[in-house]
Design a protein. Structure first.
Lengths: 478, 639
């Protein structure tokens, strides 16, 4: 329970602490959550059953039974740990960005966001899941509104309409499947017997919500604009954590609730995911705003994860979990790099950049490491993730496997273009101070995690495997 | 110590070197950085040597398991057999000489420490590639080599004039390699589907079992995928254009890439998978002809290149083509033999060219050199030995290894032999052209350059001398009857001893008088080219024409057969077009158009609906009644 309470309390207290202490307070608050997460992880024995942390039944007005039902399996715990570490990284990497990091509003919103995310990952009750899902929109919306760049209103509108329609569809699905089950608890919902048609309705509603959030091609058009106009912390929250809610939702809710729909939906999702992988990668090649390049790169990567999840082979699912973690860290690294350039020069236009490596060798080195992790070279977790994902998709249909595999090549094209245009060449005559300690530490942590999981992914695999096995079992039984 | 204990050490030493120099390099003096990197690689060499002498049967050492799922186990595991240790000896042996050379060559470079860090990591990646016991480890090293080459080719990225182009060359190398890597990756998936494992020993056991039924198409697919991977790393058509561009890196890097590491990876992969290729004769055919074509094309392009390093680069591509001909013929040992001798003389030539460039104050154009033999005698003599070795001059190492491949080609069919012989002839022509233009005649550079001409320091000439000795005597490694009795070939014996699959391959040896005749042809043609080149370039003092004056085949050769232009038009431009137009029209106009269209639609609908809310009761009643009537009609029709 403390997992949820810590960020909530820190979010409330943030409003009353003295201005000078805000930045330190933020880091300490995030660290406490990380420690709490680690304690849970250390004590956790991987199993397929949910480890319940709270289960209380209350009755809402009008007699509707309502469960406070939280718990996790290995998958959920991985997501909790991921959220806590990434939130810490987001606060740390923003440490030198005075206008944001020293703002009480910002710190409170980030903690509130963390609270909502943890709620999503810990809920074992459909309605709770939905509530936290919606709750997470508020802080992101406000961060965007208060700290966003010029031209944010249009992007904000688009983002809001998209996600809101998605969420509504999911709500309908939940209410619909509830009519087949005695309660909203996950066990009851999974046990519900659906006909193929009703399964399609349930599946479809979830799918719209998740397809928008991930985002899958062609539901992605809100994403590049939102990412670009959002402040860096917002982009990181969106890219590293919020979209993971949808991928997690696929594994935890969409597939086990309505596996009857899989036989007609698998192909569609694999194709959409695959199209997104290639389409976004190609579009990224000629973008000149560094952040837009990485935004499209993100679409490309998550398309692969979604396609991998839906083929439901153990390899691909494991790969998806590894890649979810990897993508979060790499996204933080990439957007941090783009923001470091933005902070120092006031723009991110690749055509006007160049020669930074000479002036800031430390930055050049760490940025290069993140770029390599982004194109999934061996010894980084991206390689393990993509290897397993592509293997799984290849096993599903080899043509899709080969086509999606071209991401290996395309990713190099846009990543190295962005890197070389900004870093290589002779100096262009602007000053570029090297990394501060907070920036350095952020890159360092990202690298350590990515390399550790790239060399010894078994640590993560052991944690998530029972849960994934159970998922496959549920689908097979139905 | 036993092999099991020594083997991880071979791998670990360069990694330690890279780590120490990478993290603490800035606090250490240059001499320490360079010596540390060099000594650790040399240390790996001597450990490998001691393994080589005590190795009897293949030894596997499991480090840890990377991925372990119910039906997928991928281990970090090392394998020592004569093939992997032989490769290790080449990599670390030549590698340490190149390190030593770099200590002199890079001494004025501000990126000295970074350079040695990368070199160590390069060696480390290559060692993972050859020492791993399965295709997964191979792939780790395979990509690792790609990254290190990217870093090293683009090493001078901040250069005022060429910095950005160096970066482009590095990127091209990495991306082209990735195309090959995708092929290899798919090959890995196919192997997993067919055999359920990626361990060499397990696959070999399945394939070589008595009752194994050859799934022809599957084997063709697997081997073709592996071969596509090999075309990337080993620079074969169609993926060879990165290798000449990779000359953008500092010269020792070129030597490392071309002689000891990287390009040999594809050869190693094929030899390692010999039992698979033996089951796919169609792939062998493809390999044969691709190799032949590459050999010819590269030799043709090399004829009219004027950059000393570019000539050597194309000669490497040409030699690699020759190697793939050998592999296509199933002559794996002959290929490994030539890889070995090629490593000696190509490292020698590249380091020699580095010494020339060093002396010439970074000039690489052979039109501006000439008469260098009296200024830099050690470089001159060693370079001459390298040139003679690569052209197949009698009794030098290249003579034996090349002749062995030519012999197998002759046994296959005569036209093949003739074409290959032609390519060998071209090699001799362009190599002697370069040699005479650089070292003989009048000096054609600027006064400034002439003033600075000097022989390189000892840490650069010593590696040259060692490599020259190896290039002279390297040919004895696979001579019949040497080291062994009964006319046995030393390397053949070595590989048959404990390398999976190799003992099942028996090559027909030509009758000895045919061999003599072939050798005679080779000797005569080499000497003839030498004599003619001497006449043309020394006696008549003919010089290369300026680019603008070139016509006919010379122009085509100088422009590299327009491969880059063709690729640009076929791949680069269309993708860029798609990226731009896709963004402008599909993404912005079409997809966004739909979204805003929907929004607009709701707005319009709102306007319409607003009118219904008119507040007039009679309209409401009309709507209500028509609704009821509609429902009644619906249910009447339905039931």
């Amino acid at each position: 329970m403390e997992l949820l309470l810590i960020p909530f309390v820190f979010a409330l207290v943030a409003m009353i602490i003295p201005q000078k202490a805000v930045r330190g307070y933020a880091l300490i608050g995030a660290l406490v959550s990380v420690v709490a997460g680690v304690v849970h992880a250390v004590n956790y024995v991987p199993s397929a059953e949910y480890l319940s942390i709270v289960k209380a039944c209350t009755t809402m007005e009008g007699g509707l039974p309502f469960f406070l039902n939280y718990g996790y399996d290995g998958i959920g715990l991985t997501m909790v740990l991921l959220t806590n570490v990434i939130v810490f990284l987001i606060l740390l990497s923003n440490y030198d960005n005075q206008s944001i990091a020293a703002s009480k509003k910002f710190v409170a919103l980030v903690f509130f966001m963390q609270f909502a995310l943890l709620g999503v990952f810990l809920s074992l009750d459909g309605l709770l899941f939905y509530i936290f899902w919606e709750l997470s929109l508020i802080p992101v919306f406000l961060i965007f509104l208060w700290f966003g760049a010029k031209g944010k209103r249009r992007a904000l509108m688009k983002f809001f309409i998209y996600t809101f329609i998605g969420s509504l569809a999911m709500l309908f699905s939940l209410i619909y499947i509830r009519s087949y089950a005695p309660s909203f608890s996950i066990e009851d919902l999974v046990a519900a017997q659906l006909t193929t048609v009703s399964a399609l309705w349930v599946f479809g509603g979830f799918f719209i919500a998740f397809a928008v959030k991930i985002p899958l091609f062609p539901f992605h058009t809100w994403q590049p604009e939102t990412y670009t106009k959002s402040p860096m912390a917002g982009t990181m929250l969106l890219g590293a954590l919020m979209l993971k809610m949808a991928l997690f939702g696929m594994i935890r809710w969409m597939i086990p609730l309505a596996p009857e729909a899989l036989h007609c939906m698998t192909e569609i999702i694999v194709v959409l995911g695959g199209l997104g992988v290639i389409y976004a990668a190609i579009l990224a090649i000629k973008q000149n705003d560094m952040k837009t390049v990485f935004a499209y790169a993100s679409i490309s990567h998550v398309g692969l994860i979604a396609a991998g999840i839906i083929v439901l082979s153990l390899d691909a699912l494991t790969g998806a979990m590894v890649q979810i973690v990897n993508h979060s860290f790499v996204a933080v690294g990439l957007f941090l790099a783009a923001d470091i350039i933005d902070r120092r020069l006031g723009h991110r236009n690749l055509l006007e950049l160049g020669g930074i490596a000479q002036q800031a060798p430390k930055f050049a080195f760490w940025f290069a490491v993140i770029i390599f992790a982004g194109v999934s070279v061996p010894l980084t977790s991206g390689f393990i993730g993509e290897f397993l994902l592509i293997k799984g998709i290849y096993g599903y249909n080899w043509i899709y496997g080969v086509l999606i595999g071209t991401t290996l090549i395309l990713a190099c094209v846009y990543s190295f273009r962005a890197y070389q245009l900004s870093m290589f060449g002779p100096s262009k005559g602007f000053e570029f101070p090297d990394l501060t300690w907070a920036e350095w530490l952020s890159f360092f942590i990202v690298t350590i995690v990515v390399v550790f999981l790239g060399v010894y992914p078994q640590f993560l695999i052991d944690m998530v495997e029972p849960g994934l096995q159970k998922l496959i079992e549920i689908v097979n039984v139905k | 110590m036993s092999v099991e204990q020594l083997l991880p050490l071979v791998l670990l030493l360069p990694l330690i070197g890279g780590f120490i120099n990478g993290v603490f390099g800035n606090k250490l003096p240059k001499v320490v950085v360079g010596s540390l990197a060099t000594l650790l690689v040399a240390g790996s060499f001597f450990i490998a040597l001691s393994i080589f002498f005590q190795l009897d049967k293949a030894v596997e050492v499991k480090l840890f398991s990377i991925i372990s799922l119910p039906d997928l186990t991928l281990n970090a595991k090392l394998l020592a057999d004569n093939l992997s240790i032989w490769m290790t000896l080449i990599i670390t042996g030549i590698g340490s000489l190149i390190h030593l050379f770099s200590m002199g060559y890079m001494s004025h470079d501000p990126g000295y420490r970074k350079f040695f860090t990368y070199l160590n990591l390069f060696i480390f990646s290559m060692l993972i590639l050859v020492l791993g016991s399965n295709y997964f480890m191979l792939f780790f090293g395979w990509e690792g080599v790609g990254i290190c080459s990217y870093l090293l080719i683009g090493f001078h990225y901040a250069d005022e004039q060429k910095g950005f182009l160096n970066g482009i060359a590095a990127r091209k190398a990495f991306i082209m390699n990735r195309v090959g890597d995708l092929g290899l990756l798919i090959g890995l998936f196919l192997l997993l589907m067919q055999f359920g494992t990626l361990e060499y020993s397990e696959i070999a056991a399945i394939v070589t079992a008595e009752d194994f039924v050859n799934p022809t198409w599957m084997m063709f697919g697997i081997t073709m995928c592996l071969f596509i991977g090999a075309t990337g790393k080993s620079a074969q058509i169609p993926l060879f254009t990165w290798l000449p561009d990779a000359m953008a890196g500092p010269t020792p890097v070129s030597a490392l890439i071309h002689a000891a590491t990287m390009v040999t990876a594809g050869i190693f992969l094929t030899v390692r998978s010999n039992y698979l290729f033996e089951l796919a004769p169609d792939t062998q055919k493809v390999m044969l002809y691709i190799g032949l074509a590459t050999s010819l094309v590269a030799a043709f392009i090399a004829m009219r290149q004027n950059d000393i390093k570019k000539v050597l680069a194309y000669s490497t591509v040409s030699q690699l083509g020759l190697l793939f001909v050998a592999l296509g013929l199933g002559a794996y040992t002959a290929a490994m033999f030539h890889v070995t001798t090629h490593a000696f003389f190509k490292a020698l030539l590249f380091l020699g060219s580095g010494s020339v460039i060093h002396a010439m104050s970074d000039e690489q154009d052979i039109r501006k050199m000439g008469g260098l033999k009296k200024y830099i005698p050690v470089t001159h003599w060693t370079f001459l030995i390298g040139t003679l070795a690569i052209t197949g001059f009698p009794l030098l190492s290249g003579f034996y290894s090349k002749d062995e491949i030519l012999g197998y080609a002759f046994a296959e069919n005569i036209p093949l032999y003739l074409i290959l012989m032609f390519s060998v002839l071209l090699t001799a022509i362009y190599m002697f052209r370069m040699y005479f233009l650089v070292f003989h005649g009048e000096f054609r550079g600027s006064e400034h350059q002439k003033h600075h001409l000097h022989e390189s320091p000892a840490n650069m000439t010593v590696p040259l001398i060692i490599l020259a000795i190896l290039s002279v005597f390297g040919g004895v490694l696979n001579l019949p009857g040497l080291f062994l009795h009964d006319q046995a070939h030393y390397m053949t014996h070595l590989y048959e001893h404990n390398v999976a699959g190799m003992n099942l391959i028996h090559m027909e040896h030509l009758p000895s008088n045919t061999i003599m005749v072939l050798m005679g042809v080779a000797v005569v043609s080499c000497l003839a080219v030498l004599a003619i080149s001497y006449q043309v370039y020394v006696k008549k003092k003919s010089l290369p024409k300026e680019d603008a004056q070139l016509t006919g085949w010379e122009k085509v050769s100088a422009n590299k057969l327009y491969f880059d232009e063709i690729y640009n038009a076929l791949f680069v431009k269309p993708i860029e077009w798609l990226s731009e137009k896709g963004y402008r029209f599909f993404e912005i106009v079409f997809l966004n158009g739909i979204v805003f269209g929907v929004a607009k639609g709701f707005e319009t609908a709102g306007e319409v609906v607003k009118k219904w809310e008119s507040g007039r009761v009679n309209w409401y009643v009309l709507w209500m009644v028509s609704g009821i009537v509609g429902l009644i009609i619906y249910y009447l029709v339905k039931f």
